[in-house]
Design a protein around this ligand. Structure first.
Ligand SMILES: C[S@@+](CC[C@H](N)C(=O)[O-])C[C@H]1O[C@@H](n2cnc3c(N)ncnc32)[C@H](O)[C@@H]1O
Length: 462
C-alpha cells in the first residue's frame, strides 16, 4: 500500500508515536508531540504491545533498550501482528525511525546506526522464529499488557473471574454516549448515526455504543448537549440520585466533590432538579468542565456552581461562601487507579504501582471521612471508583462502614465488571458503587427513626 501524497513517511509516524508512548509511560502527562489521527492510532496499538515488547526484549536482547526504542519495537510488533503493512516494510520503516529518534536525542551517526542495527536484529529475529514469538504472546505480562503485580492483584481479588476481567481490559472499547431524553430518543439517534454511515447499539437505558468511533463533533446532538460521551457503567450514577430526589420531595443540595471533567455532574444536572456544587482540585480540569457546561446548560434541570477546592483541605471550605453548609447528597467519584478503564487507556497499568495503589486508597479513605461530616442526617453519600481492585471498592466500603456507626449501606449498582460486546448490548467499564445513608441515631430503631427524620427534616424550607 503506497503512502498518500503529502502524508509523512511511516517512519516519521512511528517515531512520533514512539516518543509519545515513552513520554506517557515514563510518567509524563500529555503527548510529547502533536498527534495526527494516524499517530494516535499507532500510540494506542503500541501501548497495547508494551508488555509484549518487554517480554520479547527480555528474551532477545542483552540489555533493555531506552523507552523510546522499546516503544518503537512495541509499535513495530503491533504493526506486524495486525498486518498494518507487509512485515518487511514495517522493519524498514522502524529502522529508519530508530535512526531518527537517536539523532534527535543528540547522539552521533554511529550511535544511530548501532541502534538501528539493534532494532533490525530484534525485529528479524522475532520474524524468523514464529514459535518463540507466539510463546512470548502467551506470557501473562504480554497477554494482558500489565505488570505482574497488577495481574496478581486481579487474581487475588477476583479468583475464578480474574481471567475474564483481564481479557475484557485488553479489548478496544467502543465510543459510548449518553442520550439526554426527551431531547434525543434512541431510534432518532440511531437514524442520525445511520445517515452518517455509522452504527449504534443500545448498551444501557440511555447508553449507545457507536461504531466506528468518531470525533465528538461528529456525534449527532453532541453540540446541543443531547448526547454526551460517557461509559454505560458511569451513567448508572443517575439511578440512586433520582431515587434520592423522589424520596426527598424537593430539589436537594448536592455536592459533587470530585466533579471534573463533569461526566457524572452533567448526567445528574440533566436528570433531576437540584442545586449542584461541582468541586475539583484541578483548575485545568475545572475549566474544561466549565467550558463544556455551556453545551449542557440549555438542557439542564439543575443549577450548577463551580468550586475550586481540595476537599481534604479543611480551611478551603470556609473560604467558599455557601459551601460551608451541609449537603443532602454527596457524590464522591474518587481519584483511583482507573484499573477499570484500562481498555480505554491501555497505559494505565504501566503508570501505576503498589505504592500508588496504597496512596490512592488512603486518599479515598480520608475523602470519605471528610465528606461524611458535610452530610446532613438523612442524607446520602455515593462513593464511586472506576477500578476493579477490591481495595478501592468492596474493602473500602466495608472499612468505612466499620468505622462509621451512623452510616447505613443502601442498594447501589455495586461491583460492575468490565465487559466488551457492544453488539450484544453488553458493554461497560469496570466500576464500583457504594451508597451510604447518614442516620440520626445509633439505636435499634435507627433506620425507622432516620426515615421519619429524613422525610420531615429534609422537607423543610431552606
Ligand atoms: C475520577 S475523576 C472524576 C471524574 C468526574 N466525576 C466525571 O464523571 O467526569 C477524579 C477527580 O478528582 C479530582 N480530585 C483529586 N483529588 C481531589 C481533592 N483532594 N479535592 C477535590 N478534587 C480532587 C481530580 O482532579 C479529578 O478530576
Amino acid at each position: 500500500m503506497g503512502r498518500p501524497v503529502g502524508s509523512p513517511p511511516l517512519s516519521a509516524s512511528f517515531a512520533a508515536a514512539a516518543r509519545a508512548i515513552a513520554h506517557r509511560l515514563s510518567g509524563g502527562q500529555g503527548a510529547a508531540v502533536p498527534r495526527t489521527p494516524a499517530v494516535a492510532d499507532l500510540v494506542y496499538r503500541g501501548t497495547r504491545y508494551w508488555g509484549l515488547a518487554q517480554v520479547r526484549c527480555g528474551r532477545l536482547a542483552q540489555q533493555k533498550p531506552d523507552p523510546e526504542i522499546l516503544a518503537l519495537l512495541a509499535i513495530a510488533w503491533a504493526a506486524i501482528d495486525q498486518m498494518l503493512r507487509e512485515s518487511y516494510v514495517v522493519v524498514d520503516e522502524a529502522v529508519a525511525a530508530a535512526k531518527e529518534l537517536t539523532r534527535a536525542a543528540g547522539r552521533s551517526d554511529i550511535a544511530a546506526k548501532k541502534v538501528a542495527g539493534f532494532v533490525n536484529a530484534l525485529l528479524r529475529a522475532s520474524l524468523s522464529d514464529p514459535v518463540a514469538s507466539a510463546k512470548d504472546r502467551e506470557q501473562p505480562i504480554a497477554r494482558w499488557n500489565a505488570p505482574a503485580w497488577w495481574i496478581e492483584r486481579v487474581y487475588a481479588d477476583h479468583k475464578d473471574g480474574a481471567e475474564a476481567i483481564l481479557d475484557a481490559l485488553i479489548t478496544r472499547a467502543p465510543l459510548t454516549v449518553r442520550l439526554c431524553e426527551p431531547y434525543l430518543e434512541f431510534q432518532q439517534f440511531i437514524n442520525a448515526l445511520n445517515d452518517k454511515g455509522l452504527a449504534g447499539y443500545s448498551v444501557g437505558r440511555n447508553a449507545v455504543a457507536i461504531e466506528p468511533a468518531v470525533p465528538v463533533t461528529e456525534i449527532p446532538g453532541f453540540s446541543q448537549g443531547w448526547a454526551s460521551v460517557q461509559d454505560s457503567a458511569a451513567q448508572l450514577v443517575i439511578d440512586p440520585v433520582q431515587e434520592f430526589c423522589r424520596r426527598l420531595g424537593r430539589p436537594p443540595k448536592i455536592l459533587d466533590a470530585c466533579a471534573a471533567p463533569g461526566g457524572k455532574t452533567f448526567a445528574i444536572a440533566q436528570s433531576v432538579q437540584a442545586e449542584i456544587w461541582a468541586a475539583d482540585v484541578s483548575p485545568a480540569r475545572l475549566k474544561r468542565m466549565r467550558d463544556d457546561w455551556a453545551r449542557i446548560l440549555p438542557t439542564a434541570q439543575s443549577s450548577l456552581q463551580f468550586v475550586l477546592l481540595d476537599v481534604l483541605d479543611e480551611s478551603g471550605w470556609s473560604k467558599q461562601p455557601g459551601l460551608d453548609a451541609h449537603f443532602d447528597l454527596i457524590l464522591l467519584d474518587a481519584p483511583c487507579t482507573g484499573s477499570g478503564i484500562a481498555r480505554r487507556q491501555p497505559e494505565i497499568p504501566w503508570r501505576r504501582d503498589p505504592a500508588g495503589l496504597k496512596a490512592v486508597v488512603d486518599t479515598q479513605r480520608r475523602m470519605l471521612d471528610t465528606l461524611w461530616r458535610r452530610l446532613l442526617p438523612g442524607g446520602e453519600l455515593i462513593f464511586v471508583t472506576c477500578s476493579v481492585f477490591a481495595a478501592e471498592g468492596e474493602a473500602q466500603e466495608s472499612a468505612f462502614l466499620g468505622r462509621t456507626p451512623d452510616a447505613r449501606p443502601l442498594p447501589s449498582p455495586g461491583r460492575l465488571l468490565p465487559v466488551t460486546n457492544a453488539e450484544c448490548g453488553n458493554d461497560q467499564d469496570g466500576f464500583f458503587y457504594a451508597r451510604f445513608q447518614k442516620q440520626k441515631h445509633d439505636g435499634p430503631d435507627a433506620g425507622d427513626a432516620h426515615h421519619r427524620h429524613a422525610d420531615a427534616g429534609l422537607g423543610r424550607a431552606r
